[in-house]
Design a protein around this ligand. Sequence first.
Ligand code: EPU
Length: 335
Amino acid sequence: MIFPSSFLLQDNVFVTKGHMTLDNDDKKWLSDRCGAAVRFDEPMARCTSLGVGGPAGALVCPTRIDLLVELVDYCRHRQITYHVIGGGTNLLVGDKGVEGIVVSLKSLPKKISVHERENGDAGLLAATAGVRTHSLCRFAVKRGLGGLGFAVGIPGTVGGAIAMNAGTRGHSMADVVERIEVICPDGLRQTVFRGRLSFSYRKLSFDCPQPVSKGAAIILSARFSLRRSDPERLAAAAKRALNARRQTQPPEWGSAGCFFKNPGGEKSAGELIEQAGLKGKSIGNARVSEKHANFLINAGGATAEDFIALIDQVRETVATAFGIELEPEVKIIGT
Ligand code: EPU
C-alpha cells in the first residue's frame, strides 16, 4: 500500500514491523545472497559500545549499497522485521536479543568528498552514512571547512548522528546538513533537501518528495554546508573541544554516551543525576559514571538487566527529587 511518506527516525535505529522469526527459507536466502556479510545468532554485545545484548536472529553488514537495497526489498516482500543500526554507540540491546534482522551500516563503503560552491565563503562536503562522525570532522578541519567542530569526538557514524540530530548544548547536525539521500522501504532512493528535513532535539523527521510505502527509511549519504575558514584556527578549536570532552567524559568504550536527553530546563541531565546523589551508584556491573553522571558505564560484565534496573532507579530518584522525568537518549531494542 502506498502512503504519503513521513518518517520519524528514532535515534540511530530504524525499525520496520513485520514477523520476527526467520524461517529456513529466509536463512537460506540470507546465506546465498549475503555470504560472509551475514551472521546468525550473533551476540549484539559485540556490536555495541555498551557491550551488552543477546543474539540477533541475523546480523547483516552489507558491503555494497545494491545488497542493502536487495535486503530491504526482501524484508518488505517477506514482511520481516528489521532494525538498522549505525555504529552501535547509542544502543542498548536486551539480554534475550533481537528477533528478525539487524542491518549494520558499518561495512558500507566510506567516502568523503568536497564539492565546490560558487560562493567563495561556503564549502560543501559529502559523506556516506557509514563514515565515522569523528573522521568527517577531522577531514573538514584539514580542508579548512568550519561548522562541524561541535561534533569532534562524537562517537558513531554520520548516518546515526544525522538520524538522532546528535550535538552539544549549542549545536547539532541540524546546523550543517544540506540534504540526505535515503532508501525508502520500497527500495526507492530519494534525495531529501533541507526544506523537507524537520530536526528537533535529538530527532529527525522528514517528508520524501515522492510517496512511498510506509516503513523505515535508511540514510545512505549526506551533504553538509560548511564555511571556509583557516585550517589552523579550526584545528586549535577542535583540539580544545576534544580535550574538554576528555576531561569531563569517561572514555567511549563501555558506555553509550549521554544516556538521557537534557530535560530542557536550567539543569542538564548530568547535573540532576549528580545532585540526586547518584554518581557512582551501581546495580550489578552497570554504574553511573563518577566523571559525568549522565554516562552509565559497563564496569565489566554488566547485563542489559543491570542497565534497565539502573535506568529505572535513576529516573525514579530524579523524579522524586526534582519532579522531572528523564527520557533516554539511547535507543533500547530487543527483550
Ligand atoms: N554537570 C554536572 N555533573 C555531571 C555532568 C555535568 O554538574 O556529572 C554539569 C556540567 O558542569 C555543566 C552541565 O552539567 O555545567 C552540562 O554538562 P556538559 O557540558 O558535559 O554537557 P551535557 O549537556 O551533559 C551535552 C551532550 C553531550 C555532548 C556535550 C558536549 C546531551 C544529552 N549531551 O552534554 O553529548 O558531548 O554536551 O558539550 O545533549 C551524547 O549525546 O551522547 C553526548 C555525550
